[in-house]
Ligand binder design. Structure first.
Ligand SMILES: Cc1ncc(C[n+]2csc(CCOP(=O)(O)OP(=O)(O)O)c2C)c(N)n1
Ligand SMILES: [Mg+2]
Length: 688
């Protein structure tokens, strides 16, 4: 057991004003009581990090509670998001729009105090955390965005971008592999305005971490090239504050401050034990904690002197006002840059965007080239990035394969200013979560690339992007068996279908250069969620498009070749590299009196958003249907009809691939025009 909790007592608040201990205890009690009221939550971490929070939030953090969106605010990330009550207490106490009623409603339906912090739900929460380690990677992305934005916009004497990113991490965050990916890159890039504060309490859910986590964390971070401040007493506000002050002076490296703490500090019966981690302390222990801390106030009541000392509104308003004055000077001197800064931080696209899109689509229509869609994607990037300096590209060490670079790509390096292309290294999960941090920071539209099969490595970050409704763009190439000889390990069979299950993620699998151009346009224009672009390694023939190609494709599903003549009818739905097979099958059965309509469905989500009239006009009721996609078949029955209906067929792949050239594999797995034609004949026969 550490030194007695009784030393935390500081009576007579009203007489002497609130002390740091009072501030820390106000967090402890709020966290304890909110968890108690909800009968659910994690009191241990807020109670253990209370002094650290006092040091950072009252002495160092630059923020304005009245305007959580002020662009030059410091970013604060609670990567150990299970301690959400710490953040809610801080936001409430410092003056954000988070009244006590919300703390009382912790973890209840539609409260602004959800189980784990969620951005866009609670003012002042910069990112959604809870999946351990990802908040840390988001913070790396925020620090990266800050640095690149500063390099782009600041001028001598005009530092309009000058803020820090602070991130609290626990043992869990540092055990997670993603912490290695993100912190390794942060060290290499020298993101000096990133400060991690480690809650080194030696406890995680299963108990004392000495049984499963014995890394020498300070040396680990030294090896990454971080500035390490080790051995800080996390319950000494002054000591923590000194460490933070020293981190603020660091110019070349990110900093980690390792603070020794006691989980559940203040609870006489549970502090220092995993019991304090994730359950209400219980009525009796809560009373004992009140007593030990000398806290005489009822639940959810904070004495005014404590509020007064926490209140950051006036300091925050001063800070923002000072910045606004600096920005006004900047705008007078550099009006165009100031307007551009305002546009970018608002997330608005430039005037030239629609023109770039329609010119690109027109050019691809005119060329009608037979090229790989990954190549068409690069051409789209080339066209859009010229008009959109906010596009921040990158890939996980596959740039030459996924074609995420363009002629204007400038690598982001430790000492080279204002790059726009991040070589993320072989760190897919870190890459996706860093990109999310970049998107959350603002000023950039991040896009990142790897092989589709490795989207699994990034999976939870993709989910988080969708949950947060942020504009991260994922370029996934080498889809399905078309990648050929690399074999089943690299052939994404189930990935496209499984990405379609992520609510809020738009998944585009374009069939040619024109659809790829439109998919990129839609991804960039989309402000409320991420987009995955699923692209081929191999060349694909240009599909026939009408003059209204851009508008039709944007609907996600549209008619490429319609019924011709009378007779029996079938609709064949295809995506990506399988569209030409559908067209060839259409020709094959035409002489047999079967009229086939081919529907290209590059984005089922966009199609599903269309009104019923459009959907019915594309997929008429009562007509036999076939879907063709070289991947898991299950999802397509939604569009063709029940799996047990003979008038519905899906040609897909429901097993792993093989190592062979792509052409051989397509035949081997039944992706031939003849096989599609057979399916058409079958469903048409069944219908009549
Ligand atoms: C990726 C992920 N895996 C598992 C969990 C479940 N979980 C929540 S907290 C926690 C233990 C974390 O330990 P630590 O960071 O030391 O937190 P402390 O108990 O010290 O507050 C676990 C396993 C999670 N939130 N995220
Ligand atoms: Mg811990």
């Amino acid at each position: 057991m550490p030194d007695s909790s009784a030393t935390l007592q500081k009576p007579a608040i009203e007489a002497f004003g609130a002390s740091d201990a009072d501030l820390a205890n106000s967090i402890r009690i709020l966290a304890m009581d909110a968890v108690e009221a909800a009968k659910s939550g994690h009191p241990g971490m807020p109670m253990g990090m209370a002094e650290i929070a006092v040091a950072l939030w009252t002495r160092h953090l630059k923020h304005n509670p009245a305007n959580p969106h002020w662009p030059d605010r410091d970013r604060f990330v609670l990567s150990n998001g299970h301690g959400s009550m710490l953040q809610y207490a801080l936001l409430h106490l410092t003056g954000y729009d988070l009244p006590m009623a919300e703390l009382r409603a912790f973890r209840q339906l539609h409260s602004r105090t959800p189980g784990h912090p969620e951005t866009a739900v609670t003012p002042g929460v910069e990112t959604t955390t809870g999946p351990l380690g990802q908040g840390l990677a988001n913070a790396v992305g925020m620090a990266l965005a800050e640095r690149l934005l500063a390099e782009t916009f600041n001028h001598p004497g005009h530092a309009i971008v000058d803020h820090r990113t602070w991130v609290f991490v626990g043992d869990g965050c540092l055990m997670e592999g993603i912490s290695h990916e993100a912190c390794s890159l942060a060290g290499t890039l020298g993101l000096a305005k990133l400060v991690a504060i480690y809650d080194d309490n030696g406890i995680s859910i299963d108990g004392a971490t000495s049984g499963w986590f014995t890394d020498d964390t300070p040396r680990r971070f030294e090896a990454y090239g971080w500035n390490v401040i080790a051995g800080v007493d996390g319950h000494d506000v002054d000591a923590v504050s000194r460490a933070i002050a020293s981190a603020r002076n660091e110019r070349g490296r990110p900093t980690i401050i390792c603070c020794r703490t006691t989980i559940g500090r203040g609870s006489p019966g549970k502090e220092g034990s995993a019991e304090a981690h994730g359950a209400a302390l219980g009525e009796r222990e809560a009373a004992a904690t009140r007593k030990a801390l000398g806290w005489t106030h009822p639940p959810f009541e904070i004495p005014q002197p404590i509020y007064d000392r926490w209140n950051a509104r006036s300091r925050g308003a001063d800070d923002e006002r000072a910045w606004s004055a600096r920005f006004a000077d900047y705008a007078a001197r550099y009006p165009d840059l100031a307007a551009e800064f305002t546009r970018r931080t608002a997330g608005d696209l430039p005037d030239g965007f629609e023109r770039a899109a329609s010119e690109l689509v027109a050019a691809q229509l005119a060329k009608a080239a037979s090229i790989a869609t990954r190549k068409a994607s690069q051409q789209a990037i080339e066209a859009f990035a010229r008009a959109l300096p906010e596009m921040l590209g990158g890939a996980a060490d596959l740039t030459g394969s996924v074609f995420t670079n363009w002629s204007g790509s400038i690598p982001v390096r430790r000492s080279a200013p204002a790059g726009n292309y991040v070589n993320y290294g072989v760190r897919e999960f870190g890459m996706a979560a860093i990109a999310n941090g970049v998107a959350l920071h603002g000023g950039f539209i991040p896009y990142v690339g790897t092989f589709l099969t490795f989207s699994d490595y990034m999976r939870n970050a993709i989910r988080m992007a969708a949950l947060m409704h942020i504009r991260s763009i994922l370029v996934f190439t080498h889809d399905s068996i078309g990648l050929g000889e690399d074999g089943p390990t690299h052939q994404s069979i189930e990935h496209t279908a499984s990405l379609r299950l992520v609510p809020g993620l738009d998944v585009w699998r374009p069939c040619d250069s024109v659809e790829t151009a439109v998919a990129w346009r839609e991804a960039l224009a989309r402000r409320d969620g991420p987009t995955a672009l699923v692209l081929t390694r191999q060349n694909v023939a240009a599909a026939p498009h009408g003059a209204d190609a851009q508008a039709s494709i944007a609907r996600g599903g549209y008619v490429v070749a319609d019924f011709e003549g009378d007779g029996r009818r079938a609709v064949v739905i295809a995506t990506g590299s399988e569209l030409p097979l559908a067209l060839a099958a259409r020709t094959a059965v035409a002489t047999e009196g079967i009229a086939v309509r081919v529907v290209s469905m590059p984005c089922t989500q966009a199609f599903d958003r269309q009104d019923a009239a459009w959907r019915a006009s594309v997929l008429p009721a009562g007509v036999a249907r076939v879907a063709v996609e070289a991947g898991a078949s299950g999802g397509w029955y939604r569009y063709v009809g029940a799996a047990d209906s003979a008038a519905a067929a899906v040609i897909g792949i429901d097993r792993y691939g093989e190592s062979a050239p792509a052409g051989v594999l397509f035949k081997h797995f039944g992706f031939t025009a003849e096989h599609v034609a057979d399916a058409v004949r079958r469903v048409v026969d069944a219908k009549t």
